[in-house]
Design a protein around this ligand. Structure first.
Ligand code: ATP
Length: 436
């Protein structure tokens, strides 16, 4: 059974070192998290799995890494300066702030229960603004990007000219974005600093709808292929009145969080809005000349935009399980092997020196290929439990027989099944079990 309460993974995250509340020694910094030794590995694995599916396994998508600090001109052209706002209301009784569009009843304060106590709604721009320049107060205004997407639009011509790509093709990016959210919360679901995984797919205008449908399906399958139960996922098309100003069609991939369905990713058909906006504002041509048809056109764009942190939380919730092994309850994180922080743990049965050289040699061989944990403290049963709880798919145990038979025991996380394997065959055996 997946976690039914967010606290189950918040506690596990803190206890085992996935994510810690930020600046804890100074009393904390609201809704910010620092990723610990396991969380930083898992977050990287989520991003790597995305790059693998979206870039590595395709010949029509390339990766870029654009800057975070950006001039106002970009956000003027994209519409963010005018439109990237949330409706903000304050309760005059309890002074709490809310996003008006998230209130169940726009006249009732969910904090203190007062009725008709809200101020008029104000449009609050979510972008973080700061100054670049050495003289305080005399610098130029700059913004921290609230999405990675604009990096792809402003580099459209650069990529077109420096690669041999032509529509249909995509430009992908993974990186930090910043939004001054009015109501951050729900662990790493909504924070002010987060990582996005976005791709802009440029197509001939007539093919827009077909590619939109293609990407809606492909993106949903990505989560299923990484072990997320299909019944915890759904694709929700936006109602026409919900659509962003640039979109003619958007569907969200939603996950069944403990508090209900929540967005993991939005797939939008953005037409030629962004390229046209940047062409107009920059005075540069941002279009494509198709030599085959002798036609010049501004490509339409399909954008799958996902969040790495939110997705990581969803994978943890879905993988969380509690069962009983030999009469003992255990917590197990049934993570897909690509997402698990460690693929294998090497566990010498005892700390005695006799086992160390063999165990260390195995660690060295395996850690050349993937992340491997090495743990020689505590009873073996407790070490298995720890690896189960952090999602390690396989453990390799080195015992005293190993010195005689040159073989080790492989233990599987999900079934707890154990098999004896010659050290000479270990790497092949592990790779085949991991599917690498
Ligand atoms: P929401 O409606 O939840 O605020 P959004 O529709 O504004 O999200 P997009 O602009 O479509 O989000 O961004 C794409 C993805 O980036 C989201 O699906 C989500 O996974 C992630 N994301 C957006 N805002 C945040 C945030 N504050 N914290 C964590 N992840 C976020």
């Amino acid at each position: 059974m997946p976690a039914s309460d967010l606290e189950q993974i918040v506690n596990l995250a803190k206890r085992r070192g996935f994510a810690y509340p930020s600046a804890e020694i100074y009393g904390g910094f609201r809704s910010s998290y620092d990723y610990g030794p396991l969380g930083s590995l898992m977050l990287r694995n989520v991003k790597d799995a995305w790059v693998r599916a979206m870039v590595q396994q395709r010949d029509d998508v390339v990766l870029i890494d654009a800057s975070i600090i950006s001039p106002p001109a970009i956000w003027e052209a994209s519409g963010h300066l005018a439109n990237f706002t949330d409706p903000l209301v304050d309760c005059t009784k309890c002074k709490q702030r809310f996003r008006e569009d998230q209130l169940d009843d726009p006249t009732l304060c969910p904090n203190c229960g007062s009725r008709d106590s809200f101020t008029a709604s104000r449009a609050f721009n979510l972008m973080f603004k700061t100054q670049a320049g050495v003289v305080e107060g005399a610098g130029t205004d700059v913004y921290l990007r609230p999405e990675t997407a604009q990096g792809m639009f402003i580099n459209f011509m650069n990529v077109l000219q420096t690669t041999r790509k032509k529509p249909p093709f995509g430009i992908a990016q993974v990186g930090k974005s910043f939004r001054n959210e009015i109501t951050p919360g729900n662990f790493i679901f909504r924070t002010r600093e987060f990582e996005q995984m976005e791709m802009e797919f440029f197509v001939p205008p007539a093919d827009g709808q077909q590619w939109y449908e293609y990407w809606c399906n492909a993106r949903l399958e990505w989560y299923v292929n990484l072990g997320m139960p299909r019944e915890m996922l759904r694709l929700r098309p936006h109602d026409p009145d919900e659509l962003a100003h640039y979109s003619v069609g958007t569907s969200d991939v939603e996950f069944l969080f403990p508090w209900g369905w929540g967005e993991l990713e939005g797939i939008a058909q953005r037409t030629d809005y962004d390229l046209k906006q940047h062409a107009e504002h920059s005075g540069q041509k941002l279009d494509y000349f198709d030599q085959a048809t002798n036609e010049r056109y501004v490509p339409f764009v399909i954008e799958p935009a996902a969040g790495a942190n939110r997705t990581m939380a969803a994978f943890m919730l879905a993988a969380y399980d509690e069962d009983v092994i030999n009469g003992e309850p255990r917590t197990v994180l049934r993570l897909h092997q690509r997402l698990a922080p460690y693929k294998v743990a090497v566990l010498p049965l005892s700390k005695k020196d006799a086992l160390t050289p063999t165990a260390k040699a195995i660690f060295e061989t395996l850690s050349d290929r993937y992340m491997v944990d090495y743990d020689e403290t505590q009873a073996i049963g407790r070490r298995y439990r720890r690896q189960d709880e952090i999602g390690t798919p396989l453990c390799v145990t080195v015992d005293f027989d190993t010195l005689e038979d040159k073989a080790v025991t492989i233990r599987e996380r999900d079934t707890t099944e154990q098999v004896r394997v010659p050290i000479a065959d270990l790497l092949t055996e592990l790779n085949s079990r991991l599917g690498f």
